[in-house]
Design a protein around this ligand. Sequence first.
Ligand code: ASP
Length: 616
Amino acid sequence: MQTTVASTPQATPMTQDTQTKEDFFTQRSHFCGDVTADQVSQTVTLNGWVAVNRDLGGLIFIEMRDRSGFFQIVADPEKNPQVHGILSGLKAETVITATGPVTRRPEDTYNPNLPTGEFEIYPTSVEVISRSKTLPFQLDDEADLVDEGLRLKHRYLDLRRPKMHQNFLLRHQVAQAIRNSLNSQGFLEIETPILLKATPEGARDYLVPSRVHPGQTFALPQSPQIFKQLLMVSGMERYYQIARCFRDEDLRADRQPEFTQVDLEMSFVNQEDVLSTVEDLLCQVFSVSGITLEKPFRRMSWQEAMEKYGSDKPDLRFGMEFIDLTDIFTTSEFSAFRQQVEKGGVVKALMVKGAASYSRKELDDLQVMAKRFGAKGLAYIVYNEDGPKSPILKFMSEAEQQAIQQRTGAETGDAVFFAADSFNAACAVLGRFRLLFGEKHNLIDKNRHEILWVTDFPMFEVDDAGNLSPNHHPFTSPRPQDLELLDTDPGKACSLGYDVVYNGAEIGGGSVRIHQRDLQAKIFKLLGLTDEEAHEKFGFLLEAFEYGVPPHGGLALGLDRIVAMLAGEDSIREVIAFPKTNNAACPLTSAPSAPSEEQLKELHMAWVLPEEEAEA
Ligand code: ASP
């Protein structure tokens, strides 16, 4: 998806009168991409980079490039030997100025691929402003295939590519749309601290040692969560910030240790108010890329999303909902399925049209995949011309087989795949396979835009030992109707948390918050914090909650992910100007790096390095 809005900044045309003798170069009168038929016969001055230099053994053709686009410069040794001499042999990416009258190209040399493809100049003068060495990689579309480490090491070159300019233009326009929408809805843009006491979002903190407080550290924000809530206690009513956040997570594909969130919070609102505010915001954002989203967005409870799609971020661009077969196996002879049902688990199935044609190898590969997804295997029945085939048929009664075919609607040529396990495990595995089959059978319509809210998340995740951890963060309010469950069966309580999901990716999430001091203290306790720990970590919040707290709620959107999706990029690194690598380093500046002895001393610090590194 490309943006449609023009990209050219306003040129500040320099005339002979405004140009001073002291200037290092002659300033442009026009941007390369802005020259039109109106300028034919006028003299223009262009500043930019040599994108391509073709020397045809006489005429030299230079494609000049600036942020707005390209323009062709021609040098003829007969007409202007001096200009020809300067341009001859100029390396790509040299910065030049070219001045001359705009002429129309001979018709048979028009370049239909360029907006300026009908024009050129034979410069009367050129200046070489800054030379370039031979590039480490070519700045064409093939650069996408260049080793990413090399691209990031020379990111300033990589960013010169028109595609990258488009991405950052889009990012800018998205940020504008966000500000426009929220400003018009009465939000204030307020900055919160970068050096702070840790805010828990479930990841590791980046710590910054304090020089003036020996032995103490700040944390970089994982999110502005606590501060935005304090701003609500402060009566700011509506806050937003395009906020940089930091999470020291282990290596994970397409995560960045620092990333950008559109963070917002509102007072005296309920869940619906937040959702509809964000819907307006997202409609404006998506319209930047010419996408119209229908309001209100679809809403689906977490339970339904798991039940039907095995995911809390279902991709609704295709169907293939799960089919529940649990009741068929309650008293079955097929013990593998029956035992799961007896333990309170489920039997769920996916019906995949046309999958009866899978080869032996394809079916075997699915077993390997199932193991990778954490299941024992993937039971299946294929429906061939000569009837159903499966290693598990022999364990099932005729009636069960018929019930399966009837419930799933499988016909000759189709296949049914099963998961029998606990609800969460069975849904999760089939959810992975649903996406895999969707891709494999080209069921995902890439032109569809499916956005929805997933709501009513469980309050807590419960580990095998029965310990609770927050599903979102500890400030998320339980649903009012679930308050009693906190005392009786907290693992069953649902929250007023919500995620917004676009084409199968979570692009944001938030919640109505706890605004009652005692309830907040109770949740801390359920999460296993002692009174002392709660006081030590969040005493300031609990104290603030003693001075009149408005009910409030909010959310954060992942700006990098949204822009990447609108730009049609798979990786968020393509829409972050200077991203880190997947292992949290910057090849351009070689960060992180070792501090000097002097710095360590000032910070009252000493390293204890892992053994291999200490030896190296
Ligand atoms: N602080 C949350 C996050 O970073 C978002 C929110 O609840 O507003 O995910």
